[in-house]
Design a protein around this ligand. Structure first.
Ligand SMILES: O=P(O)(O)OC[C@@H](O)[C@@H](O)c1c[nH]c2ccccc12
Length: 268
């Protein structure tokens, strides 16, 4: 990163997140998470639901806002939207819990948990094991580890912690270099983020370039920038099992209905 000029959005998010984690640690000790009923529930398996022939492979995201788009939809509730996604055949749900940059809340994930019986990804910038234990305590089934912000050692350690808690682990990469340095045993899925988190540019080509480099023992997920049902067919053809979609549904007044229409067109 020697040529980097100025702080990227990702740098800003990480900096803010570290402060947030320090404050949270001071406020709520880990022992409190371990007292939660949700901490002791058995998680739904990402692998099982993504590969289920009765589901679509879509991981549908509840995203109120993003740094690139600003507010996407602030008129809907996490319970309604995620239930609509599940009805439309989602294999899993993704719920942003970052509030500063994505307008998310832990309460959104709690609501989604209450309303659904499919796996839920805690969409968060994980930098500390504290957040993984918290994820379990708020009812998540899956955590995200973003290669761009973690060392290979942290990824291996966090993935192992998650595994021991019964959580599934999705590793997110953006290029070959990240993929090769970050892959480890305790992952369940590798996601190719088509969006560059440093400058927001989106290209599905990232997915096509990386799919055959992902070891076959992991689920292969294509993330971000998917807005055409035909793309799902192409990505499946290329070898992807899962598809993470947020904005294309969230920008509609009724995201669940939007997903139903989208799903109907995949094989039309
Ligand atoms: O809204 P989109 O373009 O369909 O993208 C969804 C999801 O992939 C995106 O929100 C995302 C992928 N990786 C992330 C990491 C952090 C925050 C957000 C993300």
């Amino acid at each position: 990163m020697a040529e980097k000029t100025g702080a990227t959005i990702l740098d800003k998010i990480v900096k803010h997140k570290l402060t947030e984690i320090a404050e949270a640690r001071a406020r709520v000790p880990i022992s409190r998470f371990e007292e939660e009923d949700l901490f002791h529930r058995e998680c739904y398996s990402l692998r099982e639901f993504v590969l289920s022939p009765e589901k679509t492979g879509i991981i549908a995201e509840f995203k109120r806002a993003s740094p690139s788009k600003g507010i996407i939809n602030d008129q809907v509730s996490a319970a309604n939207v995620t239930q609509g996604y599940a009805d439309a055949g989602a294999s899993a749900l993704s719920v942003l819990t970052d509030s500063q940059f994505f307008g998310g809340r832990i309460n959104d994930l709690l609501q989604a948990r209450e309303a659904n019986t499919i796996p839920i990804l805690r969409k968060e910038f994980i930098l500390d094991e504290y957040q993984i234990i918290e994820a379990k305590a708020i009812g998540a089934d899956i955590i995200l580890l973003i290669a761009a912000i973690l060392t290979p050692e942290s990824i291996a350690k966090f993935a192992n912690t998650a595994k021991n808690l019964g959580l599934s682990v999705l590793l997110e990469v953006h290029n070959q270099e990240e993929l090769e340095r970050s892959v480890c045993d305790d992952l369940d899925a590798v996601g190719v983020n088509n969006r560059n988190l440093a400058d927001f540019s989106v290209s599905l080509q990232h997915s096509y370039d990386l799919v055959n480099l992902i070891p076959d023992n992991f689920l292969k997920i294509s993330e971000s920038g998917i807005s055409d049902p035909k793309t799902i067919r192409d990505l499946k053809q290329a070898g992807f099992n899962g598809f993470l979609i947020g904005e294309n549904f969230m920008r509609e007044a009724n995201p669940g209905e939007a997903m139903k229409d989208f799903v109907a067109q995949i094989n039309a």
